[in-house]
Design a protein around this ligand. Structure first.
Ligand code: ADP
Ligand code: ZN
Ligand code: ZN
Length: 728
């Protein structure tokens, strides 16, 4: 009998493929990578197991080409986690591995640390008084001071400094005060561990005691208002884990991964910190991954995919801003990093902390049902007072580019009192619509069911759904009129209105357009924190996690956008956004004020939020979901299909519904066109599957999905399944 190796290869295969070992070489162990033939290509796969025989006839089996790793790259725990993920999200197993591995490893590069750069101080630099560097070079002085005491700084640590640390370092190198070196090293951030922990408030203390690091698995939901000191609680737990010689994995949404958070970890923890996110170069990513696996990193901070990082001595997993939608991957392997973190923690028998000021209803339901511990911290740390929320009724109000007079008055007042003002509008560009005033023609994207957004600065029309752009037309293509007018509000428009009203106050706009240049977002936030900027205007880039202690007034320019969403999660998202944006105000001694402009001040969602805050909203929303039989009261999956014509996706989904196995308590709803039916030139439709029990949903999908591939119409659509969809 021949030994067979089972290999997860990239491609649409639900299960691993069988290969013969190469010649007389020893069998490659499970968890190593191998190069194997696939069709007429050679691909990199991961060995999952060995078997004595294959269901394939021996003559059809092909031998592997070569083994790539001497020792397993992935240990049993991680192999199992990835296999579980592929099964639960019904995604091809090889693709799940491809998602979990850093790019270099996926492409067959050796699993060895790359080179990384660090800097040292020269004797001349050691002898230079940093205070005597040019007055306008504070960053150079900061770096020199650091190097004089620590001798060495890695490029990763350097990058955590504010401003333009790389430029400053280049000037220090030019002056001969520093030297640059390349070495074989993981390029970790070196924690300094010099800041002391504050004395915890009683509520923080209660949270800290509920964690019991090193005490086996439990999941704790920390629901703490913005500024309540959740990060301090995390840091305390991490310190205990580190003291026991274990590692902490901290997962944050993309935007929360700011130099600020890393900076705080660095100040407080005497630890080696690895950072993992999509902004890194491939080599840096691999370094961080290997550092975690080899036990070189004590703390790993990363975005979504960090949930798949190998850990040599796992001790604790933290998911910050656990409600954030970016923790769920929206394409390919549609996994939830939060849910996988909880699963992984339970398999590793280590604690998991989920933290948020506005927890997801899923996590709140788990807490209510006793599956998670739950602590609330309803007071701000250090005696800071919570902001007062106020609705501003827009009905009948004269407005100037979306800003009502009462709002402009409040802005003037706060500026006069030396406050800082933050205005939030979740739409970039000048206006979401361009209309012909003569004939009513609208500038529409020809690939989507959507209007073009008018970008005045660039003098272009851009579709925010498919990114198609075109020059601004000089005349209406329908009637030839030159009277084309912007309709509605975008951040560019608010910016010009604010500049006109407050010409003497420095303003910065923060959105994807204004922060294209690398580092410009960090720079804008640093200017804001130093108080140079008086008016801050932006999209949700501004809403998340940033500490802006000088902000005294927060204005939500248009709350109505979110009130009438088609998605059942619309109200939850809006409530989270309002509370998150509001949380930017008055973090320090000054109490903040939050003004919400709306045409629907009587709307129950806004009323509940105002009267009882997020907890009251969440209670009401959970009861509504329960009554409507929606998640988290039930389990859900979506089958999505798209094609270049309108009817094929609907036909395919109808045929799919016809194949549904009859399982008690599981029902199909639809098919129906997606909320934006046409996007990027393709028509989209979906079929919803709802189940009273999660277990039954999985059983249903197991029986159903394999049948779909055999449907004749399956070949004419692109289809995918989304388990626990974040967007419906
Ligand atoms: P969160 O993560 O909940 O938004 P942070 O941990 O960032 O809150 O705390 C908000 C601010 O309060 C920070 O500046 C932090 O240093 C400070 N802080 C936190 N806990 C305490 C405490 N117990 N005593 C004094 N200041 C604290
Ligand atoms: Zn016209
Ligand atoms: Zn488009």
């Amino acid at each position: 009998m021949t030994a067979i190796i089972q290999v997860a290869v990239p491609g649409p295969f639900a299960t691993p493929l069988d290969y013969l070992p190469a010649g007389n070489a020893p069998l490659p162990p499970a968890g190593t990578r191998v190069r194997v033939p696939l069709g007429n290509r050679r691909v990199t796969g991961v060995v999952l197991a060995h078997r004595q025989d294959s269901h394939l006839d021996g003559t059809r089996l092909r031998p592997m080409i070569e083994g790539l790793d001497e020792h397993p790259l992935l240990d049993g725990e991680l192999l199992d986690l990835i296999l579980w993920t592929a099964r639960y999200y019904h995604h091809p197993v090889g693709e799940a591995f491809a998602t979990a591995l850093p790019g270099r490893l996926r492409h067959g590069h050796p699993a060895t640390g790359g080179r990384s750069r660090h800097y040292t101080v020269t004797p001349q630099g050691q002898a230079t008084d940093p205070a005597r560097l040019h007055r306008r070079a504070p960053r150079q002085a900061e770096i020199l001071t650091w190097l004089q005491s620590r001798q060495r700084i890695t490029a990763a640590s350097l990058a955590t400094l504010e401003g333009d640390p790389v430029g400053a370092m280049n000037r220090l190198l030019d002056r001969g005060l520093c030297e640059s070196h390349e070495s074989h090293d993981y390029g970790l951030i070196e924690g300094r561990g010099e800041a002391c922990a504050p004395r915890l408030s009683p509520a923080q203390q209660a949270a800290a005691e509920a964690i019991a690091p090193n005490g086996g698995h439990h999941t704790l939901l920390i629901e703490g208002v913005t500024g309540s000191g959740k990060t301090e609680v995390y840091l305390g737990a991490i310190e205990q884990v580190l003291a026991a010689g274990r590692q902490a994995l901290v997962i944050v949404p993309e935007i929360g991964l700011t130099p600020q958070l890393i900076g705080r970890f660095q100040q407080r923890l005497n630890a080696r910190i690895a950072v993992l996110h999509s902004g890194l170069a491939d080599g840096e990513r691999l370094n961080a991954w290997l550092a975690a696996r080899d036990g070189q990193a004590d703390v790993i901070i990363g975005t979504r995919s960090a949930v798949f990082v190998p850990l040599s001595a796992p001790g604790l997993i933290i998911v910050d801003e656990e409600h954030d939608q970016s923790l769920k991957q929206a394409e390919g392997l549609r996994y939830s990093a939060r849910d996988l973190a909880v699963l992984r923690g339970s398999r590793l028998d280590i604690p998991v902390i989920l933290g948020s000021a506005t927890p997801s209803l899923e996590s709140l339901a788990n807490a209510r049902d006793g599956r998670y511990g739950h602590v609330q911290i309803s007071e701000r740390a250090g005696g800071a007072r919570p902001p007062a929320l106020r609705l501003l009724d827009m009905r009948g109000q004269p407005t100037r580019d979306g800003l009502s007079q009462p709002l402009l008055d409040r802005v003037s007042q706060h500026l006069a009192d030396d406050g800082q003002v933050l205005l939030f509008l979740n739409r970039r560009g000048f206006a979401p619509v361009l209309i012909c005033h003569e004939c009513g023609w609208l500038a529409e994207c020809d690939r989507c069911d959507a209007r073009y957004t008018y970008h005045r600065q660039r003098q272009r029309l851009q579709c925010h759904h498919c990114d198609r752009e075109q020059r601004l037309p000089a005349h209406c293509p329908q009637c030839g009129s030159a009277d084309l007018r912007p309709l509605g509000l975008g951040t560019e428009r608010i910016e010009s209105a604010l500049r006109a009203s407050f010409p003497d106050h420095p303003l910065v706009r923060v959105d994807r357009d204004s922060t294209r240049r690398r580092g410009s977002f960090e720079q804008a936030m640093a200017d804001a924190r130093r108080g140079e900027t008086r008016l801050l205007l932006g999209t949700q880039m501004l809403a998340k996690g940033h500490h802006l202690p000088a902000v005294t007034l927060v204005a939500i320019i248009d709350a109505d956008q979110g009130l009438f969403s088609a998605d059942f999660r619309g109200p939850e998202r809006l409530a989270q956004l309002v509370i998150q944006v509001a949380g930017r105000a008055g973090r320090a001694e000054r109490p903040g004020e939050v003004v919400i402009q709306t045409h629907h001040p009587e709307h129950p969602l806004l009323q509940t939020l105002l009267a009882g805050g997020y907890p009251a909203f969440a209670r009401a929303a959970l009861a509504e979901r329960q009554a409507a039989g929606l998640p988290p009261a039930t389990a859900m999956a979506l089958l999505r299909a798209e094609a270049v014509d309108r009817s094929t996706p609907m036909d395919f989904l109808a045929a799919a519904a016809g194949q549904a196995p009859g399982i008690q308590g599981v029902e199909c709803i639809g098919p129906y066109p997606a909320p934006m039916e046409r996007r990027a030139g393709r028509y989209r439709a979906q079929l919803m599957v709802q189940a009273v029990e999660r277990r039954n949903l999985q059983g249903f999908l197991d029986g159903w999905l394999p049948r779909l591939a055999t449907l004749p119409s399956a070949r004419r659509v692109r289809w995918s399944v989304d388990v626990d969809p974040a967007e419906t």
